[in-house]
Structures are given as structure tokens and as C-alpha cells.
Design a protein around this ligand. Structure first.
Ligand SMILES: Nc1ncnc2c1ncn2[C@@H]1O[C@H](COP(=O)(O)OP(=O)(O)OP(=O)(O)O)[C@@H](O)[C@H]1O
Ligand SMILES: [Mg+2]
Length: 276
């Protein structure tokens, strides 16, 4: 049954890794964050919602035989599409295209809900790796998030698209408990800090959102290498600046907090599956 009913295990929390623009490091951060959280003793399911081909799988050097598409086409059970990895995190590969997302809207809601609540309640955290940009077909996923990790670089186009993403969220009334902003691929820390300060100032002033924490990740050749070698950098280069940033993020997200739950996991799951 669900974690709540057990009275022992906490309900799973959902972390969404998003960005306005593509290629800013979402998948890389989602994969490494999953592993770091696992090292902190959490059971993690990484769900690659990325449309088309699975970057998570490439980054982990393993490939899923079955995807969500097979589940939606009733070819297999939800349990069968969960892939174990050598890093002790489990992954689900989306393998969906935009039209397939319609399944979330028209599929058999009762069985979807049963399957998802049973499978997801085994985890402490579910990390969702998104395609870039605000996508209305994915709103149910954004809505179900407890934590939103927004990745940008200091490039103006990336910042503007990140701003637009948050603006869309605000317009739609999507309000995660915590927003973390990561400025990735920083080449100069002083410039990056200034850029972050300006960005936060703008979103506070014009959107009325305040991030819980900000993070600056350096451009680092070891990150590039880790992608080429298909070996996550939090494992390969534990003390590099990008690894320390990921561990700080993991620590902040996993720390005990006494915030009052706005929604139960079941409510969030309903949003996720667009029920009710
Ligand atoms: N801190 C960094 N230092 C060096 N290279 C980086 C860093 N972060 C990301 N990269 C490079 O950027 C590439 C793109 O990263 P990634 O695939 O995670 O982006 P993404 O946001 O998921 O892209 P998409 O929007 O296409 O899904 C990586 O393969 C890596 O080479
Ligand atoms: Mg990606």
C-alpha cells in the first residue's frame, strides 16, 4: 500500500528538472542528482520524460528495452518498464512523443492511478527529466512537483526562456513548494553571481516568485568527459565543483523540514494523471 498507510515511510516527493532552453544540462543534472540522493540513502526513481530518445540512458551507459509506450500500448506492466541501473537508481524511459502524452489524458484512469501509486510509493523521490520549454501537454507533471529545479546558463536566450517558463507557471497557478535555480556552465564565478542576482531580482519583481536557493555550476571539462565516458561525474569526480553543487542541492532537498503539506501524494498523483 501507499507510504502514508504504512505510517513509517514518508510519501514520495516529486522533483522536476526543467529549463526554458535546450542543452543547458537538465539530463546531466537529473542523472547526477539522482545518484547523489541515492548516496544520501534515498530510494530514487528517475523518469525520463524527454520526448524522442533517452538522454538519461545514454548518460548512464545503459539502455531500456521497454518504455512507457509499451506500457500504454498494454504490451507490458508498469513494473516491467522500470529499469535497475548499476548506480542503484531505477529509471523509466519515456519513449513517448507529444501525441502519446494524450494517453495520460484518455487512458484508463483507474488502472493508471493504481499502477502509478503502487509503483511510485516504493520510492522516496521521483525525479522527472523534462524536454526544454514550457509544454502545455506536460502541465500535469509540473503541477505534481514538490521541488522544481530550473536550469539556465548565463546566455540571454537561456535566461529569457527561463523567465518565460516561470511566468507561464505563475499564470497557470503552478506553485511548487521549493524552486531551485541553477546557473550552469559558468566560466567566470563573479559574472555568474551577478547574472544570478539580476535574474532573481527580475523574477521576484515581475513574477513574484522567490527561489528557495540558487546554485552556480562551473563549466568543467570533467563534466564533458563524464558524458563521453558515460560515467556520472558525482561518482567519477566527487570533489569537482559541479559534484559539490549537486551534493548541496541533494542535501537541501533531502533535509527534514516541517512545512505543512499543501497536497498529499495522492492529490499530486491525481494531478499527474489528470484525474478529478
Ligand atoms: N557544467 C558543465 N560543464 C561542461 N559541460 C557541460 C556542463 N553542463 C552541461 N554540459 C554539456 O552540455 C551537454 C548537454 O547537457 P544535457 O543533455 O544534460 O542538456 P539538456 O538540458 O538535458 O538538453 P535537452 O534540452 O536537449 O534535453 C552535456 O552533454 C555536456 O557536454
Ligand atoms: Mg535532456
Amino acid at each position: 500500500m501507499l507510504g502514508q498507510a504504512e505510517g513509517l515511510k514518508q510519501e514520495p516527493k516529486i522533483i522536476s528538472v526543467v529549463s526554458g532552453k535546450g542543452g543547458v544540462g537538465k539530463s546531466l543534472i537529473a542523472v547526477n542528482l539522482s545518484i547523489a540522493m541515492n548516496k544520501l540513502g534515498k530510494k530514487v526513481l528517475l523518469y525520463d520524460i524527454d520526448i524522442g530518445f533517452g538522454s538519461v540512458e545514454i548518460l548512464l551507459g545503459s539502455s531500456a528495452k521497454l518504455t512507457m509506450k509499451d506500457y500504454f500500448q498494454n504490451k507490458t506492466s508498469l513494473d516491467n518498464i522500470i529499469m535497475k541501473t548499476k548506480y542503484d537508481i531505477d529509471i523509466i524511459s519515456g519513449g513517448l512523443d507529444v501525441e502519446d502524452l494524450v494517453y495520460f489524458n484518455i487512458g484508463n484512469k483507474d488502472s493508471l492511478f493504481k499502477d502509478f501509486s503502487r509503483v511510485m510509493s516504493k520510492y522516496d523521490f521521483i525525479i522527472l527529466d523534462f524536454p526544454p520549454g514550457y509544454n502545455e501537454n506536460l502541465e500535469n507533471f509540473y503541477e505534481s512537483s514538490d521541488f522544481m529545479v530550473l536550469i539556465t546558463t548565463s546566455e540571454p536566450t537561456s535566461l529569457i526562456n527561463a523567465y518565460t517558463f516561470l511566468k507561464m507557471m505563475a499564470v497557470k497557478g503552478i506553485d511548487p513548494d521549493e524552486l531551485h535555480v541553477v546557473l550552469n556552465m559558468a566560466r567566470d564565478m563573479k559574472d555568474a553571481r551577478k547574472c544570478m542576482e539580476r535574474f532573481i531580482g527580475v523574477i521576484e519583481r515581475f513574477i513574484g516568485m522567490s527561489p528557495s536557493a540558487t546554485h552556480i555550476m562551473r563549466f568543467d571539462n570533467s563534466v564533458r568527459k563524464s558524458v563521453e565516458n558515460q560515467k556520472p561525474f558525482v561518482v567519477e569526480k566527487k570533489t569537482s565543483q559541479p559534484s559539490l553543487v549537486i551534493y548541496r542541492l541533494a542535501n537541501l532537498i533531502t533535509k527534514e523540514r516541517k512545512i505543512k503539506e499543501k497536497k498529499t501524494f495522492l492529490d499530486k498523483l491525481k494531478a499527474f494523471l489528470r484525474i478529478g
